[in-house]
Structures are given as structure tokens and as C-alpha cells.
Design a protein around this ligand. Structure first.
Ligand code: NAI
Length: 319
């Protein structure tokens, strides 16, 4: 028999846990023994207003089955206050699920400064503020599990969501660097790309798909990614309806076009364009920027076939 994956002794913060997908994360974590900070500002879909009821309902539900939870009603933009609630009540922070979110959908020509800024503030700055406040605790205790929440809109694009797409893919970039910086402290950061019927997707996801895409079906995936058994770091997992898959950026084999100094023109780029953009030939996947740059340097030097040029030492190890 498989043993249950539990979170006894662990303290988790789930932001935007008053409803939707985050609510189910909080319930599942608490049902498996985690002490949970239930954060939610209780805003409307566009980020306006304030309401403590959603958080209180979730805390009450957790307590009703004997779980441990405390409320936090601050905005994720006040990340220090959110983390402080965990420290003050439970003395530590092990798991941070950056989940709070809003949308302000408009076709790009109609996007206002406010539409752009509010969406960025909640998703990108909110995740930054909470993560920065949790980071020193996790680093010091040499344990941490951090989740970013991205979206298919960011990964693949979606009509009417230029603001949201930019913020959501920004979180993947944020994760990429945290994964590198946290690795040696056993502080791992991964990204979930959920799809579920919630008020956020009402009208976007057809009602009949809603039965397949229940918010509760994301929770086991994210809870596994938050467990100490999961040593994954820096990956993007797309999930819906009890299905999950890994997503990564793909690079073509590329073409080094310069044969010698000063022999490289716009026309060379045109005549090589099909090869540059050919994704069928030796696709590459990198796990850091230095690895990517090292690979480029290697190809350029190979093309120049100039052994007198040493490979820069800073890239040697990556090659
Ligand atoms: P939801 O609207 O049901 O829940 C989001 C919660 O975040 C709300 O309770 C809201 O009050 C809270 N919130 C908003 N701004 C906040 C702030 N500044 N501070 C604290 N809490 C705040 O939405 P849902 O669907 O549960 O979304 C959760 C996350 O998943 C979001 O980041 C969303 O962008 C993302 N997502 C959802 C998808 C879906 O299919 N539902 C698809 C892709 C991504």
C-alpha cells in the first residue's frame, strides 16, 4: 500500500485561497496535516473592493474537519504582512503558493494604464512581495516549496488578455531564476498552469466543460509539487481535470552564419531563415541562461573553426 503524503509540521500559505482553485489547495493541504494561512483580499474579478467573508468561510471549513488554519485578509502586495501571519501564528513558513489573481480583459487597443498596472501588481508584484518575505526563512531553514501560478494565456496567448499574458509569463521568468538561486538551499520553485471553472473563467470555459474542469482537480497536482518528496525545481506543469503535463521552451538547432570577421549580412539571415526557424532538427532545451549562452558561443567558434580563440572560461563548465 502507498503511504499517504502528509504535511505534518509544515506551514503553508495559499494566497487568494478564499475561493476558486486556491480554496481547494488550502483544504487539501490542511486535510493532510499542514497548518495553513488562508490569504485573500476578497476583491471582485477586476481587483476592486474588499471582503473578509471568503477567508472566514475557508478557515471555518478547515476547522470543522479538525484542521489548523488562520486567516489573513491582506493584499498579496503587502507580502510581508502575509508572511508575518504565518510566523506569528506558527513560527515558520515551508510552503508558499502564489495563487491570488484578477483579470481585466480588454482588446489591446482598449487597455488602460490601470488595466495593465493592476493586473501586474496583483500577479507579478504580489508574487514578488510574498516570495521575497518568505525567502530568508526558507533559505535559513534550508527548506522551502514555492509555487507560481501562470496561465495558458501567458504561455500561448489569448485574445483580450495582453496585460494578463505578460504578467503570467513574467512569473515563469521569475521562477527560472529563483530555481537557480534556491537550489542549494533546498528551496524549490515551480509553476502551475491551471485550468478550472471559477468566476475567473466563467463565460470563457463552457459550462459543460466545467464538470471536467473542477477546481478541486488541480489541488493534488499542486500539493504534490509542494511536498518534500517532490524534488523537482524550475519546471512548468500544465494541469486540468486530473490531467497534468510538463511544458518547456524549445530552441531550434540554430545556424552559425559567420565564417570569418565581417562576412555576415542581412542577406545571410534571409537565406538561412528556414533553417533558423526549423524546429524539427535537433531541438534544444536549456535550464539556465549561462548554459544557453555557452552553447551559442560553442557553435559560433565551431563555425569560425578558429582554435586560436579560447572558449571564455566563464562558459567552460557549462559547455
Ligand atoms: P478566483 O477569482 O476564483 O480566485 C482568485 C482569488 O484571489 C479571489 O478570491 C480574489 O479575492 C483573490 N485576490 C485577488 N487579488 C488579490 C490580492 N491582491 N491579494 C489577495 N487576494 C487576492 O480565480 P481562480 O480561477 O481560482 O484563479 C486562481 C489563480 O489561477 C489565479 O492566479 C489565476 O490567474 C490562475 N489561473 C486560473 C485559471 C482558471 O482556469 N481558473 C487559468 C489560468 C490561471
Amino acid at each position: 500500500a502507498r503511504s499517504l503524503l502528509r504535511f505534518d509540521g509544515r506551514v503553508a500559505i495559499v494566497t487568494g485561497a478564499g475561493r476558486g482553485i486556491g480554496r481547494d489547495y488550502a483544504l487539501l493541504l490542511a486535510s493532510r496535516g499542514a497548518k495553513v494561512v488562508v490569504n485573500d483580499l476578497g476583491v471582485d474579478l477586476t481587483g476592486l473592493g474588499k471582503n473578509s467573508k471568503p477567508v472566514d468561510e475557508v478557515v471555518q471549513t478547515i476547522k470543522s474537519f479538525g484542521g489548523i488554519a488562520v486567516p489573513n485578509y491582506d493584499s498579496v502586495e503587502d507580502g510581508e504582512k502575509v508572511i508575518k501571519t504565518a510566523i506569528d501564528n506558527f513560527g515558520r513558513i515551508d510552503i508558499l503558493v502564489n495563487n491570488a489573481g484578477i483579470i481585466r480583459d480588454k482588446s489591446f487597443s482598449r487597455i488602460s494604464d490601470l488595466d495593465w498596472d493592476l493586473v501586474h501588481k496583483v500577479h507579478l508584484r504580489g508574487s514578488f512581495m510574498c516570495t521575497r518575505a518568505a525567502w530568508p526563512y526558507m533559505k535559513q531553514q534550508k527548506y522551502g516549496r514555492i509555487i507560481m501560478t501562470s496561465s495558458t494565456s501567458g504561455l500561448y496567448g489569448n485574445f483580450g488578455q495582453s496585460n494578463y499574458s505578460a504578467a503570467k509569463l513574467g512569473l515563469v521568468g521569475f521562477m527560472n531564476t529563483l530555481a537557480l538561486e534556491g537550489q542549494k538551499y533546498n528551496v524549490f520553485c515551480n509553476t502551475i498552469v491551471p485550468a478550472a471553472l471559477s468566476r475567473l473563467t466563467q463565460g470563457l470555459i463552457p459550462e459543460e466543460v466545467g464538470e471536467i474542469f473542477k477546481p478541486e482537480y488541480i489541488a493534488p497536482v499542486v500539493c504534490y509539487m509542494c511536498h518534500e518528496n517532490c524534488t523537482e525545481n524550475g519546471v512548468v506543469i500544465e494541469s486540468a481535470g486530473g490531467w497534468a503535463a510538463k511544458v518547456r521552451l524549445q530552441k531550434s538547432g540554430g545556424v552559425a552564419m559567420r565564417k570569418a570577421e565581417n562576412t555576415f549580412s542581412i542577406e545571410d539571415v534571409q537565406s538561412n531563415w528556414d533553417a533558423i526557424t526549423d524546429m524539427t532538427c535537433n531541438p534544444l532545451y536549456h535550464t539556465s541562461a549561462s548554459e544557453a549562452t555557452a552553447h551559442t558561443v560553442k557553435l559560433i567558434l565551431e563555425k569560425l573553426n578558429d582554435s586560436s580563440k579560447p572558449i571564455p572560461t566563464s562558459f567552460e563548465s557549462a559547455i
